[in-house]
Design a protein around this ligand. Structure first.
Ligand SMILES: *Cc1c(COP(=O)(O)O)cnc(C)c1O
Length: 353
């Protein structure tokens, strides 16, 4: 293909992504209050409402745009990325939109619902044993002429941190008429680190006093790495909470914009995830539960200090993806997890008992 035709294709591909963004609505910011936390308003940004069911919809669109604008993605080129699932689903969806072949490299214990979703969108899944490096494998596949989207390396760069309707600008805009429009805290998990980087930068850019808290599965890397800003930190354990709970510090993670890391045991995340279904009537994934637990920890501190204000967090993905895992009582029992007592404890907290 001549370079004129190639530029024409790139321009049409970018146009297709911009049209998709134009057709998409903003995600809801759901408001909740609880008797146990008087004067504290909770807001949940429903990122499961994107067409591909998670906050990775924003990231996938940005990664394709970034690859195209950098001249790294050419007509007919297959695309590949390493993903625990949610990014793969969104990338498969955008690859189909652009008529490109897509391969997702993921660990072979990824929730079956996610693997099915990638395949249903025409994507190919390259499943490798848990513990092997998915990013290395993706790089290997791309070396044969593909485009490596590289979510872990590029998430923080591919997103426009000063605005352009990024997640932070959207949240702060939606808060503008609320009683406490400047949140005391924004709480999010860290997978690539792209979301926390975008939110943290934007809060500074706008001159807001809001602090950023990372909700981290207990024992995973960011709790260990963050205090000393140790990029080489590593942990040997695994978390049941997909999308977050990394073993290594990913290159997109920005230590400097994070004010606190709160560790949450997996069983508490799962209990909070089940509680979200009762509160909202829809199922969300495990990392949304992790976020809720961290919010309640911060809210308790605010209440004890006699403070009022608002706390914002994210509902990261839909629960349907975890039907065979986190939402299956037998699956939980076989891992020694009984969420019921933890859920009751959370309910008591909300009621102020
Ligand atoms: C990716 C992901 C996160 C974390 O977002 P990052 O921007 O990658 O740090 C949280 N929850 C789910 C379900 C995810 O897929």
């Amino acid at each position: 293909m001549s370079s004129i035709n190639e530029r024409q294709w790139v321009s049409e591909a970018i146009n297709a992504l911009q049209r998709e963004a134009e057709r998409s609505a903003d995600t809801h910011l759901l408001h909740m209050t609880f008797a146990g936390f008087p004067g504290i308003d909770f807001y949940l940004k429903d990122e499961a409402a994107h067409p591909t069911g998670s906050l990775k919809h924003r990231l996938a669109r940005s990664l394709f745009l970034y690859a195209l604008c950098n001249g790294r993605l050419r007509p007919g080129q297959p695309v590949v990325d390493a993903s625990s699932g949610s990014t793969a689903i969104s990338e498969a969806w955008f690859a189909r939109l652009l008529g490109l072949q897509f391969t997702a490299v993921m660990p072979d214990n990824t929730a079956p619902g996610k693997i099915e979703a990638v395949r249903a969108l025409g994507g190919h899944c390259d499943l490798i044993p848990v513990g092997r490096c998915t990013q290395e494998r993706a790089r290997e596949i791309a070396a044969a002429g593909g485009c490596f989207l590289d979510q872990f390396g590029l998430a923080e760069r591919a997103t426009d941190w000063r605005g352009n309707n990024n997640i932070a600008e959207s949240i702060i805009g939606q808060m503008s008429r609320e009683p406490h429009p400047h949140p005391a805290w924004v709480v999010c998990g860290v997978g690539t680190g792209g979301t926390s980087a975008t939110i943290g930068r934007y809060l500074r850019y706008r001159g807001l006093p809001t602090q950023l808290c990372v909700a981290e599965p207990e024992g995973m890397v960011y709790a260990k790495a963050w205090p000393a800003r140790d990029r080489s930190a590593h942990v040997g354990c695994f978390s049941l909470i997909e999308g977050i709970g990394r073993q290594n510090v990913e290159p997109s993670f920005q230590f400097g914009v994070v004010d606190e890391v709160i560790e949450v045991p997996d069983a508490d995340s799962i209990a909070a995830m089940l509680l979200l279904e009762e509160l909202l009537g829809f199922r969300y994934g495990g990392s949304s539960g992790t976020n809720l637990v961290a919010c309640l920890r911060l809210a308790t501190r605010m209440r004890e200090a006699g403070r009022t204000g608002s706390i914002v967090t994210l509902l990261c993905d839909r629960g349907a993806r975890y039907r065979e895992t986190l939402y299956d009582p037998d699956w939980l029992a076989s891992r020694g997890i009984d969420p019921t007592p933890r859920k009751q404890a959370l309910q008591r907290q909300l009621q102020g008992g």
